[in-house]
Design a protein around this ligand. Structure first.
Ligand code: ZN
Length: 342
């Protein structure tokens, strides 16, 4: 009897860690699964195609996945969504996305109404950044840059995910690095990093190079210079093909310029490079490091950050979203809904 609970009324020491559902809604597919707060994968759902041109169909697919996972797992305490596009934080409203026909979707509110569970919705690159930080590389000042169909990323500052005023900051791919260039970005500008350093840019460089060398490996692998893609260049580079390696060198130079600018601004401790193109490994990472070291300011008066490959691969998006939901749930009151782990 008394005001304080007796020992045997306390929760067991080895209580199961809480679970969270994570979803990654991209332009072409939706990935999902369940993790616990330690980052252990409890279930991963096979990827589904994303009906990107039909907002209602996307929401039906998402709610169907969530309902299935809730039915299969007890102990789910939160839901996290990583979505391609501009996502307001903390409202979790998708303003727009380059490859989805959204009309200002309040997806966080819709999921909270549907499930009654606390939900967070963030940009997919932010979610992947959080997964790399929580489960791959723990650095208090970490830049994550993803190189694939576009160039994106996230930034950890003082162990917090940086989002800017409304959540739409860190559009790394739209840093202007070459305003006198000729390639127009999907955003309408000229000179965005994404137009010079993404998978499609690599394909463009490879295609041009193959046109002057039609009997070379790039053209042979692709079935003609015009059919060379970023994947063709990466595959050829893995065999040591010098023409392919020269194209990755070109890509790496631009990425190094972008990274040097961000390191100059934010005094970053670790740079993590992910995304499909980064799977090329050293043929991309080495030129990134060379270019970065050339362009970073005061290089002989500072400790240069390591530039390392991502550890988690394509699952980082949904896993990071799930972890963000748990971390935000736990720490939100202290951190103004900004996730932080100490
Ligand atoms: Zn742009």
């Amino acid at each position: 009897m008394g005001l304080h609970p007796s020992l045997h009324e306390r929760p067991p020491l080895h209580e199961r860690p809480p679970l969270s559902i994570g979803l990654d809604i991209g332009g072409t597919k939706i990935a999902a699964g369940v993790v616990n707060s330690l980052g252990d994968v409890v279930e991963r759902v096979p990827e589904l195609p994303c009906p990107a041109s039909d907002q209602e169909a996307v929401l039906r697919t998402v709610s169907g996945l969530v309902a299935e996972l809730l039915a299969r797992h007890t102990g789910i305490t939160a839901i996290g969504v990583g979505a391609a596009g501009l996502v307001d934080w903390p409202e979790g409203r998708i303003r727009t996305a380059p490859n989805n026909a959204y009309r200002d979707v309040p997806i966080r509110r819709l999921l909270e109404d549907f499930t009654g569970l606390p939900t967070v919705v963030d940009n997919d690159a932010n979610a992947a950044c959080w997964a790399e930080y929580r489960l791959g590389h723990r650095a208090a000042y970490m830049l994550f840059i993803t190189v694939g169909t576009g160039v994106g990323g996230g930034l950890i500052l003082d162990d917090h995910l940086f989002r800017g005023r409304t959540g739409i900051g860190m559009e790394i791919g739209h840093m202007i690095v070459d305003p006198h260039g000729t390639q127009r970005c999907g955003c309408g500008n000229i000179g965005c990093l994404e137009t010079l350093a993404s998978g499609p840019a690599l394909g463009r460089y490879g295609s041009t190079a193959a046109a002057t060398d039609p009997a070379g490996l790039l053209s042979t692998l692709a079935g003609g210079p015009a059919r060379v893609t970023g994947e063709t260049v990466s595959a050829a580079a893995l065999t040591g093909d010098p023409v392919a390696c020269a194209q990755l060198e070109r890509l790496g130079r631009w990425l190094g310029i972008g990274i040097a600018t961000l390191v100059n601004l934010f005094d970053i401790e670790l740079v993590v490079v992910g995304g499909g193109v980064a799977r090329a490994g050293d043929p991309l990472l080495k030129p990134i490091r060379r270019s970065f070291e050339h362009f970073v300011t005061a290089r002989s008066h500072r400790e240069l950050p390591e530039i390392e490959p991502a550890r988690l691969g394509p699952e980082a998006g949904w896993m990071g979203a799930a972890l963000l939901a748990l971390d935000d749930n736990e720490h939100g009151a202290l951190c103004g809904r900004g996730a932080a782990v100490t």
